[in-house]
Design a protein around this ligand. Structure first.
Ligand SMILES: Cc1cc2nc3c(=O)[nH]c(=O)nc-3n(C[C@H](O)[C@H](O)[C@H](O)COP(=O)(O)OP(=O)(O)OC[C@H]3O[C@@H](n4cnc5c(N)ncnc54)[C@H](O)[C@@H]3O)c2cc1C
Length: 415
């Protein structure tokens, strides 16, 4: 099998890179072992969260000076801003509606009721309260992955009136036999069914007259947000959703929409397969072997490593150190091991910044030398802390588009 590009990993980074390549006339393949970070994420994307006290431009300048190894610093401010805008266009072309844009960050409400800055947020997800707003946080009886009292207590600190309430939905009783079945995705499979819409509406209607906005756990909208639209049109107050503990309905929806569009654009999606070996001839990747294709390796002109961080086994931690399992690429990491973590759980953790080293074109390095046709993107990269710096989704998007542009130019695709 021959491809112009093989992408290892079908999370946010791999999918955006693949989509961008298909738009530029190429036919990439994505090999994806299983679930990605999106299946657990909020569904929102962050570009640079600590820009709250600074403009994004100024925050990127500071980053370039203070953190030269951050992926944004490798690319440069103008490129980062440009790729971020291109991501907005790409998502819109995939039919993925998002609120927000570069240079206009907003704050969304997190599953524990705190406010967090975001770049892009699905329109059904709750944004920060308005002054004087009366809010009811509405739990679903028996659903323990969302705690309305906790959310309400945090939200009250922003000065708004908030109450914690609960609705009972007897139609969900069939899921209650096994507590582990009473999860957001299973609830969504039931509630998204058009037959169930009216009973959800009936349970919410008595509450809706007393508040400006109801906040519900994101337990519906697995394929699209038509139920959310319908409830907003038919209830006398607004309704918005809060991401729950994983699994994440909005994250899975984002993944599904990106993946479907990738296939629709002609990309090849090799799901449930795993790359087991990468053959190289000096600094050139020549063939990629996978679990399912055994002795029939995939031949490719370009390879993109989008295998994620520790969470997805794109990086592995052992007693000896942190390593990249497919090629033993150079990894940014601190030694000794005691310096990987800080005692205070809420402090930035050094291990978050561990990851593969590249040059400014994002070509991966091994023993200090770069591969000519192997790029690395997204969570597998080192030099950033997606949680503390609020840039996880942004790094995935921006690095994906940077690599796709270079591959398209080298392959002679249409710009
Ligand atoms: C709980 C949680 C909440 C988050 N919330 C936010 C948020 O609010 N805002 C934000 O911006 N970001 C958030 N993120 C982060 C965001 O989802 C990540 O930036 C993003 O998922 C990283 O994408 P990625 O494609 O690089 O890696 P991943 O999503 O980790 O995907 C890597 C993929 O590669 C596959 N893979 C690995 N090795 C192989 C192999 N050998 N062969 C084949 N496939 C392989 C894995 O199975 C996986 O599917 C969150 C993440 C998590 C986990």
């Amino acid at each position: 099998m021959k491809f112009d590009t093989v992408i290892i990993g079908g999370g946010l980074a791999g999918l955006l890179c693949g989509l961008s390549l298909t738009r530029q006339g190429l036919r990439p393949a994505i090999i994806s072992r299983g679930q990605s970070g999106l299946h657990f994420s909020s569904g929102s994307l962050d570009l640079l969260g600590h820009a709250t006290s600074q403009t994004l431009d100024a925050a990127l300048d500071t980053l370039t000076t203070e953190e030269p190894l951050h992926p944004y610093s490798l690319l440069g401010k103008n490129a980062v801003l440009d790729y971020a805008r291109q991501t907005e266009t790409l998502l819109a072309e995939c039919g993925i509606a998002m609120l927000g844009q570069v240079n206009q960050p907003h704050r969304r409400i997190t599953p524990i009721g705190t406010l967090r800055q975001a770049w892009l947020t699905p329109p059904d997800i709750a944004l920060a309260p308005q002054q004087g707003e009366r809010i009811a946080v509405v739990g679903i009886s028996g659903f323990i992955d969302f705690q309305p009292h906790l959310v309400a207590a945090s939200l009250r600190q922003t000065g708004v009136t908030v109450e914690a309430l609960e609705i009972v939905l007897p139609q969900l009783d069939v899921l209650r036999d096994n507590a582990s079945e009473f999860r957001s995705v299973n609830l969504a499979r039931m509630l998204d069914d058009g037959e169930q819409w009216r009973s959800l509406h009936a349970a919410l209607l008595p509450l809706a007259t007393d508040y400006d906005r109801l906040l519900l756990p994101a337990c519906f909208g697995l394929q699209d947000n038509s139920l959310w639209h319908w409830l907003n049109e038919t209830l006398p107050c607004g309704l918005a959703l809060l991401p729950t503990l994983p699994p994440s309905v909005p994250g899975i929806r984002l993944h599904t929409l990106l993946q479907r569009q990738f296939v629709k654009n002609g990309g090849v999606w090799l799901a449930g397969d795993a790359v087991t070996d990468i053959a190289h001839d000096g600094q050139n990747i020549s063939a990629i072997s996978t679990r399912n294709h055994g002795d029939v390796p995939l031949h490719t002109r370009f390879a993109v490593l989008a295998s994620g961080s520790f969470f997805s086994n794109g990086l592995i931690a052992s007693r000896e150190g942190v390593f990249e399992p497919l090629l033993g690429l150079d990894v940014l990491q601190s030694a000794p091991r005691e310096s990987w973590t800080r005692r205070d759980f809420f402090e930035p953790q050094p291990w978050q910044r561990f990851g593969v080293q590249t040059d400014t074109s994002l070509r991966a390095l091994r023993h200090g030398k770069r591969f000519d046709n192997l790029f690395a993107i997204g969570g597998v990269l080192g030099g950033f802390d997606g949680i503390t710096q609020g840039c996880a989704g942004g790094v995935s998007a921006v690095t994906a588009l940077h690599v796709a542009r270079q591959i398209a130019e080298l392959a002679g695709g249409q710009p």
